[in-house]
Design a protein around this ligand. Structure first.
Ligand code: G3H
Ligand code: 13P
Ligand code: ZN
Length: 361
């Protein structure tokens, strides 16, 4: 039984001072690439599907895909997570289809575009926590709206993200409010806003503290040392992947992502889940472009999807090593969701606020 809940996995990560990348999938090739990387380095994994991914691949296909990889790799703990759930129903149906964890992103209203107020966020997140914990599933909440501190804008290329311009008050999570939010919702993990945004165009230069506010993470971790923090929009947008895409006919303007060393600094301050989609999209795209540029007559999908999988596998493996996830899979014994439900019911997993964690950091 390789399926694991986010809560059990991140508790292990906190106790052992490492972070876990959460990779997005939309298809079989991406799922296999992640699992091959995890298997190669003995790492547990978080596989996540957005609402768009669920629509693209179909819930039934995703359910069986995860069953398939769990059966193929019984020694690798796999957490299947709903990325950016927009309302209670999205989270409930994810659990119905075998997800062990959900994100209720109440930082935006159910349309996924309009910034929500604090009371709305607490209400919908609490509803999902109550429902999910009854069956032992985990919940990630979000406080603060993801977007660029440089421009005040959200991401444009994904379905989920605000439209228009916001001020720093909304783009940076307030550390005191974070304490109130965790108390009120009892989330298992908290996504925070500190200047990252989704997609490739995060920063117009290598980011410094003015545009990537890692100090916010440190302040929140000081107040909530037992809460697992989540960094969204954490692709590093490697220069070499930009170059491959552009070398083979792509047109990506120069851009910067989140440097791996900043994520590693975050991991020292309570960051346990790191969301990565764009780097894998770029790796696959670069590999496919190369095949088409070098063999314009090629039309067998396996001829370009295989190199695409290999390129994604390399990115996943690198992050699993960089975040300290490698070598951890064999140390974890996944608990079934029914056992987690009992632990919630017994109050064992309620937030511990104001208590210093004794951790090997
Ligand atoms: O939330 C952002 C992820 O990159 C998923 O993007 O909504 O296009 O599937 P998506
Ligand atoms: P990137 O676009 O930086 O890969 O972020 C993905 C993400 O946060 C998914 O929730
Ligand atoms: Zn995200």
């Amino acid at each position: 039984m390789a399926r694991i809940t986010l809560r059990q996995l991140l508790d292990h990560a906190a106790e052992n001072g490492y972070g876990v990348p959460a990779f997005n999938i939309n298809n079989m090739e991406q799922a296999l690439a992640i699992m091959e990387a995890a298997d190669a380095v003995d790492a547990p994994v978080i596989i996540q599907a957005s609402r768009g991914a669920r629509q693209y691949a179909n819930d039934v296909v995703l359910k069986h895909l995860i069953d398939a990889v769990a059966e193929m790799y019984p020694h690798i703990p796999v957490c299947m997570h709903q990325d950016h759930g927009n309302n209670e129903a999205t989270c409930a149906t994810a659990i119905q289809f075998g997800f062990t964890s959900v994100m209720m992103d109440g930082s935006l209203q159910a349309d996924g575009k309009t910034p929500a107020d604090y009371d709305y966020n607490v209400k919908v997140t609490r509803n999902v926590v109550d429902m999910a914990h009854w069956v032992g599933a985990s919940v990630e909440g979000e406080l603060g709206v993801l977007g660029s501190l440089e421009t005040g804008m959200g991401e444009k290329e994904d379905g989920h993200g605000f439209e228009g311009k916001l001020g720093h008050d909304q783009l940076l999570t307030d550390p005191d409010q974070a304490v109130e939010f965790v108390k009120a919702t009892e989330v298992d993990a908290l996504a925070i806003a500190m200047g990252t945004s989704h997609g490739a165009y995060k920063f117009t230069r290598k980011p410094d503290g003015a545009v990537l506010a890692m100090n916010v993470i440190e302040e929140i971790h000081q107040r909530l040392p037992n809460t697992h923090l989540v960094m969204h929009g954490s692709s590093s947008v490697p220069q070499e992947l930009q170059d491959i895409i552009n070398q083979y006919g792509g047109q990506m303007p120069q851009t910067w992502g989140v440097p791996v060393e900043e994520i590693q600094r975050g991991i020292k301050h309570g960051v346990r889940k790191i969301n990565i989609d764009t780097d894998n999209r770029m790796a696959m795209t670069g590999a496919i472009r190369k095949v088409f540029a070098e063999n314009p007559g090629e039309f067998d999908p396996r001829k370009y999807l295989k190199p695409a999988m290999e390129a994604m596998r390399a990115v996943c493996r690198q992050r699993l090593e960089e975040f300290g996830t490698a070598g951890q899979a064999s140390k974890i014994k996944p608990l079934p969701m029914s056992a987690m439900a009992k632990r919630y019911a017994a109050g064992e997993l309620s937030p511990k606020i104001g208590i210093t964690r004794v951790a090997a950091e």
